[in-house]
Design a protein around this ligand. Sequence first.
Ligand code: ZN
Length: 266
Amino acid sequence: MATIIFLHAHPDDECLISGGTIAKYAAAGHRLVLVTATDGRHGEKPADASTPEQLLERRRAELANACAILGVARHEWLGYVDSGMTGWPQNNDEGAFIRSSIDEAATQLARIIEDERRAADRLVLVGYDWHGNYGHPDHIHVHKVARRAAEICNIKDLFEVTLNRDFYTEAFEWSKNNGGDNDFDPRQPADDGNPMGEPESSITHHIDVSGHLDAKRRAIAAHASQANDTGFATEMSAESFLRAFGTEWFIKVGAPAPSRRTTLLD
Ligand SMILES: [Zn+2]
C-alpha cells in the first residue's frame, strides 16, 4: 500500500481538483495525507460566520468533514495565512503564505514526508502545476514548495494536479451549444494572466474518478461556507457533474507527456 501526500493551498481546494482521486485511493486501502498550507481566511464570509475567528473555525470544521468523507487518514496545516488574490493588499499581511520562504515551508512539509516515510512502502507527493491551475499566488507557492520538498526528500513520485484546458474548453462549448448560460472560456487569462490549467499535451495521468463522485460531491458540499465558489458544482445534475468532474488530471514530473496513464501508482 502507498502513502499519498497532497499539498493544497486552501481548505476546499482538495475537493474540487483532487477529491475523486483522494477518495479513490483511500477506498483502495492506501494512506491519504492532506496538508493544507493556509487558513483560507479570505474566502467567502457567510452571514453567520462573519468575524475572522468565526470563519476560521467554520472552515476548519468544514475541512475536517471533507477529510472524513474522502477518507483522509491524516490532515496537517502548515499554518500560513491566506494571501488573497494577485495584487490584493493582503498579499503583504504578516504570515501570508506567499511571504514565507520556499525553503521554510518546504522544510515543514519535508518533516511530514519523512514522518510518513518511516512506515510507507511507497510514497507519492502531489503539488500543483507551475501556475497553480489558475494563478492564485498561494497556488503558485504550493507548486514551488512541493517541488522543493521533493528535492529535500528525494521523492521520485512527484505529481502535480492540473486542469485539462482542452477538455474544459470543449465542455464549456458543449454546454453553451446545449442551452447553458456560462460563457466562461478556459483559454482566457486567469488571475495571473495565463489561461486555466494545462493543455492536454502536457498531461501524463488521467484518473477516472467516476466511481467516487458521491464522495467528491459530498466533500465539496461540506465546504458550505464557500457556496459562492463551490455551489456551481453541488447544484449540477448528476450527468453534468460526471461530465465535469469524472476525471482528474496530473502531470508526473519528469515523465514523458502527453500520455494517458490511468493510475498514480504505475
Ligand atoms: Zn485555493
